[in-house]
Write a protein that binds this ligand. Structure first.
Ligand code: ACO
Length: 706
């Protein structure tokens, strides 16, 4: 990262507007107006070839007149003039350019867009955009955009790929009461992308967390790396998660992947909190702006209404923080603060009659108790209570807990009611307590604070495993297939590659003649499986090319002839390598492992149960490769059929340790061979009971075309 150039772009000492205008309604007018209205404290230099003055400021015909005085140039001239403008910026010593102009990569003109980037590189400038609204910063009093106002102040940053959405959300900060210090529009991301800004924000004292609106990442790996290393929470809303993209994918794994699952997994691996929609993005960001992460699972809910308490309980389970009953002695103490008919179990229901005192005492006691990791306070407007008084009482009780406790025990609030509640909630948010009009929102926000702490802990505990592998051998098998003019390995070859990575694949030997088949069957050990080996016959069973449970020499001979005949009938000109003689693995729980090369994240591993689980239920999970054994364990826990692996209905648990190691080795293989392998799978893998390991029964590797 060229930090100085990014400082120039986002914290400039002087700003030029190239294409500044005196005509209201033009973008070049709005940018100058926004800079002035935002009370930017540095110099504003309007650039216009005809006007001596723009909106009361002295105008210049070119940035060349201002060498060394400009850090940031905001470009608002038509597309065909942008390249020339950037050349001049380079010569004038500009550090960063923010190109608002549309009409480049997004309409197919990648060539000109690349030239913009080349020009910036030549001069060491950074380029934001093109096709953006610009960037905004409250702490720098910098509205370098055509959005009319700086956002409501807050201590988060928001980075959006969509410019139109960013303008709308900027205005929305006032309505929602959720403030931001900085807003960034990314547009085509020809140069500066999410990762650059997240990295830059690490050292920004005004930013506590970063919210993202993502349409698609160009370099998913770098994004993950930067987010993994970030000490500040990152919350992402990803759009475009429909099945459309997946439908185009050719392979099985590809069609199961889809953007949603791969992005979801990548976010989790990188410790990024995923928002579900715009409201949730704001809710969660507000929680991170105002509250610390939640370090344990013990959530206390205090409510004056049974209904909202039950709704919150449902939400707690839904968002991954299932409620526990309070310890007995906590319940006993809480009981003193509520009427006889209240409940101290959790939710702590002080009931509608309890009033302010009940809230204050339960909150103060609950927060101070060591059992408590976080608290959600719910309130239903009643005839006998005043929402503002309740809000102030809640705030006072929270304050009583003291800084030390509040530094690691988060609190969210929900008020359900009318306008008085809305006003009281805004008061609470202004005093650092995130407040929402629905208990589900308060719970999902605090659950995100819990998830963040969990992901941080998982990141810290995770370490890459290293295995003994024979990469050279794998490459020699791949190269031999390429020399043969093929981009798909045969099963025999694929299994050799798998074995080179320490994967336990069934012994599979290639017989070219009947006699050889008998000899190899002895080597593999009866019973054996016989399969046609031909790069021209991918669906072996359809071609009558598979026979299982072949028990003796006579059967081997008989089926050698039959399979050969079937194959020729299926495809007369098929190139037949021979027949694979394979040890017959006992039946086990069928697993599918697969890999794809995701456009944004590269090699990605898929795990799931085979058969109906994958075909019908699509019960699979993904990770960006490579992954550790610990991640391999986690993948087994997160599929819906996890209980089958744990040993459902009296069955012995499966050998999940062996499976985790296989996932890790397989992921290592697809990562190491990423320049060669387009996609691969192990389908099925027979997984046996604990201690008995597994067998990769079938393996497939498709090479990248070179
Ligand atoms: N240097 C400086 N100024 C120049 C130069 C030059 N070399 N050449 C011309 N200008 C001046 C023009 O004279 C004009 O000033 P004037 O009003 O005094 O005549 C000014 O620059 C602007 O040029 P115009 O030709 O009037 O261009 P216009 O303002 O119509 O359009 C714009 C330019 C806004 C960049 C347009 O091409 C464009 O890309 N619009 C879309 C931008 C956008 O929406 N981006 C965000 C996308 S995200 C979202 O959806 C919100």
């Amino acid at each position: 990262m060229n930090k100085e150039a990014l400082n120039g772009l986002f914290r400039p000492k002087g700003v030029a507007v190239i294409g500044a205008s005196n005509k209201a309604g033009k973008i070049g007018y709005s940018v100058v107006e926004a800079l002035k209205n935002g009370k930017y404290e540095g110099d504003i230099f309007p650039i216009n070839p005809k006007e001596p003055e723009i909106q009361g400021l002295k105008a210049y015909t070119s940035v060349l007149e201002l060498k060394g005085k400009i850090d940031l140039a905001v470009v608002t001239v038509p597309a065909h003039l942008v390249l020339g403008a950037l050349e001049q910026c380079g010569e004038a010593g500009v550090k960063g350019v923010s190109v608002i102009t549309s009409g480049f990569g997004e309409v197919g003109d990648h060539e000109t867009e690349n030239k913009l980037v080349e020009t910036c590189r030549k001069y060491g400038m950074r380029l934001l955009g093109p096709n953006i609204i610009g960037s905004l910063s409250n702490s720098d009093k910098l509205n370098a955009s055509f959005a009319p106002v700086l956002p409501l102040p807050g201590n988060g940053a928001l980075i959006s790929q969509s410019g139109a959405l960013l303008i709308a959300l900027d205005a929305g900060t006032y309505l929602r009461g959720v403030g931001f210090d900085k807003l960034f529009s990314l547009g085509n991301m020809a140069d500066v992308d999410f990762a650059d800004i997240i990295e830059w924000l690490e050292d920004d004292p005004a930013t506590r967390c970063t919210a993202l609106y993502i349409e698609g990442l160009k370099d998913g790996r770098r994004f993950m790396e930067v987010c993994k290393n970030s000490k500040k929470p990152v919350i992402a809303l990803k759009s475009g998660v429909s099945a459309h993209g997946a439908a185009a994918a050719a392979s099985h794994t590809g069609s199961l992947a889809g953007a949603a699952k791969v992005y979801g997994s990548a976010f989790e691996q990188a410790g990024v909190i995923q928002a579900t929609d715009l409201d949730n993005l704001f809710d969660v960001t507000q929680a991170f702006e105002l509250q610390p992460p939640m370090e344990g699972d013990n959530l206390v809910i205090v409510t004056n209404g049974g209904g909202v308490g039950v709704l919150a309980t449902d939400s707690a389970e839904k968002f991954g923080v299932p409620l526990q009953f309070l310890p007995k002695e906590m319940q006993e103490e809480m009981k003193h603060y509520m009427p006889e008919f209240g409940s101290a179990k959790n939710p702590v229901d002080i009931t509608g009659g309890a009033g302010l005192e009940g809230y204050k005492k339960c909150i103060a006691f609950g927060l101070q108790h060591e059992w408590t990791d976080g608290m959600a306070v719910l309130y239903c407007e009643t005839a006998v209570t005043n929402p503002q008084e309740i809000a102030e009482g809640i705030y006072g009780a929270i304050e009583e807990a003291g800084e030390e406790i509040l530094a690691h025990k988060p609190i969210t609030v929900s008020f359900v009611g009318g306008e008085r509640c809305a006003t009281a909630m805004r008061w609470l948010s202004d005093h650092g307590i995130p407040a929402y009009d629905d208990p589900a929102r308060a719970i999902s926000a605090i659950a995100a604070l819990r998830q963040y702490a969990r992901l941080q802990a998982a990141k810290a505990a995770d370490s890459a495993d290293t295995f003994e592998v024979d990469r050279e051998k794998a490459l020699s098998i791949i190269n031999a297939a390429r020399a043969d003019g093929r981009d798909a390995l045969t099963e025999v070859e694929a299994k050799q590659v798998f074995k080179a990575y320490g994967l336990d694949a069934t012994t599979t030997l290639l017989a070219r003649t009947e006699d050889e088949a008998v000899e190899l069957a002895h080597q593999a050990g009866y019973p054996v499986v016989m399969k046609i080996v031909s790069p021209d016959i991918l669906h072996k069973s359809d071609a009558g090319g598979v026979k299982v449970n072949v028990k003796d020499d006579d059967m081997v001979r008989e089926w050698f002839r039959k399979i050969m005949e079937n194959a020729k009938n299926y495809k007369a000109d098929a190139n037949i390598h021979g027949i694979a003689i394979q040890e017959m693995a006992p039946l086990g729980t069928e697993i599918i492992l697969g890999s794809i090369n995701d456009a944004a994240f590269g090699p990605t591993v898929m795990f799931g149960l085979g058969g109906i689980f994958v075909e019908v239920l699509k019960d699979v999970t993904f990770r960006v490769a490579p992954v550790s054994k610990a991640q391999g364990m986690k993948m087994q826990e997160e599929i819906r059929a996890a209980k089958i692996l744990a040993g459902a209905r009296g069955e012995a648990p499966r050998d999940r340790e062996a499976m985790a190691e296989t996932i890790a080795k397989y992921s290592q293989m697809i990562w190491d061979l990423r320049d060669e392998v387009k996609e691969s799978d192990a389908n099925p893998v027979m997984l046996y009971e604990q201690g008995k390991g597994l067998k990769v029964v079938d393996a497939r590797i498709i090479l990248k075309k070179k």
